[in-house]
Ligand binder design. Structure first.
Ligand code: PLP
Length: 393
């Protein structure tokens, strides 16, 4: 018996445990100062009423013999897939129902999709990055090529013909940088993938934070993308489903390589290894797309967006460089006076009791950068940024 030794190569992530330890130590010594956390990557507002009502109704259906549901289709119920299909029509993307796969979230599918690809494929990952893309490929022993996302390219790297890769990760709006690709930039990636027979794994988990109608919410808004891209999306940040768990993955039927259809392979993979998302959760997700549901989730999204404005407005006043804050819940700022990310973390914690996330925790290009998030309350965000302003003015 041999274990998968690739697990030895995984970097232990001490980022969030280090942060927690520093915050706890500080809290013990400074009980008079209220600590405000702007490092939160999880939503904080509860599920909205339309979703709760759908959950209750679905629970009641499970209680009656006539409406009880047992095993469901692993790829999701048609009622939810139809809602997603209609949602994509808003950005002029037409999808077949069987191109839509309901998941228990983007993270699972981003990892599981790798079942479809040979271990010898190389993959291209931007740095800084959401760590799941790196770790899931490390587990499979796949070669990772990092591409620099930095101040020069405004954290939106573009393809370089000298660098060849089979799998390409793109996250837009980006975690951690908040940067968003425009259509022309995404077209460059699509053209590169088509030319090089590569697949783009497009993570659109934060698409619902996009306000600017000129920015693409789906990669399929770009011509040719259906021939080279798989899209992963989630209800986690859109509708507060981080604890409820539901997402979806789009695998276009045009994706055929070596005479094998990725859509059929994914269906086979999911029906074999995945049990599907609970009926009651899919009912809750479908409520997101009703008129009431859309109105209510946008109230929550607008609340977070207002917090983002408080943060970015303060940085504007202080002339501190940042990306994100618009079309994204993340604000990625350059540490003043070129401080390194952890020194800046210590400074904010020790001087003003504000907690963020050191950029260096997301990759080498994150050094000297810092991530703030808009998921705390408006009052606390305002208070934190007032303290921040007074420290740096
Ligand atoms: N993709 C990105 C870029 C994320 O930041 C996150 C969560 O923070 C996810 C995917 C995971 O989403 P889910 O909760 O649907 O698994």
């Amino acid at each position: 018996m041999n274990v998968n030794k690739n697990y030895k190569n995984l970097n232990e992530s001490y980022l969030f445990s280090n942060i927690a330890k520093k915050v706890n130590d500080f809290a013990l010594k400074n009980s008079d100062m209220e600590i405000i956390k702007l490092g939160i990557g999880d939503v904080t507002l509860p599920l909205c009423p339309a979703i709760i009502e759908a959950l209750h109704n679905a629970v009641d259906e499970m209680a009656r013999k006539e409406t009880f549901k047992g095993y469901g289709p692993e790829q999701g119920y048609d009622f939810l897939k139809t809602s997603i299909q209609n949602y994509y029509k808003n950005f002029e993307v037409s999808l077949d129902l069987n191109e839509i796969f309901i998941s228990d979230g983007a993270k699972s599918d981003l990892g599981n999709i790798l079942d479809l690809f040979d271990k010898d494929n190389s993959c291209l990952v931007p740095d800084p990055v959401y760590p799941v893309y790196v770790d899931t490929n490390m587990m499979a022993g796949r070669r990772i090529i990092f591409i620099d996302a930095n101040e020069e390219n405004e954290f939106l790297p573009l393809p370089n013909e000298k660098i060849k890769a089979d799998l390409i990760y793109i996250c837009s709006p980006n975690n951690p940088t908040g940067a968003v690709y425009n259509k022309e930039q995404l077209k460059k990636w699509v053209d590169y993938a088509l030319k090089n027979n590569s697949i783009i794994l497009f993570d659109s988990a934060y698409e619902s934070f996009i306000d600017d109608n000129n920015l693409p919410r789906s990669i399929y808004e770009i011509e040719g993308a259906k021939n080279c891209a798989i899209e992963f999306c989630s209800f986690s940040k859109t509708a507060g489903f981080t604890g409820t768990r539901c997402g979806y993955t789009i695998v276009p039927k045009e994706l055929v390589f070596d005479n094998m259809s990725l859509n059929k392979m994914w269906l086979r993979r999911q029906t074999t290894k995945f049990n599907g998302v609970p009926y009651i959760v899919q009912k809750a997700a479908a409520a997101v797309f009703t008129e009431e549901g859309q109105k209510q989730i946008h109230e929550n999204l607008n609340y977070y967006k207002q917090n983002a404005k408080v943060i970015s407005g303060t940085l504007d006043k202080l002339n501190i460089k940042y990306t994100g804050g618009k079309n994204s819940p993340y604000i990625w700022l350059k540490c003043p006076n070129n401080m390194n990310s952890w020194d800046f973390f210590d400074l904010l914690l020790n001087k003003i009791g504000v907690v963020g996330t050191p950029g260096s925790g997301f990759g080498k290009n994150g050094e000297n950068w810092f991530r703030l998030t808009s998921f705390n309350t408006l009052e606390k965000t305002q208070e934190a940024m007032e303290r921040f302003y007074n420290l740096f003015k």
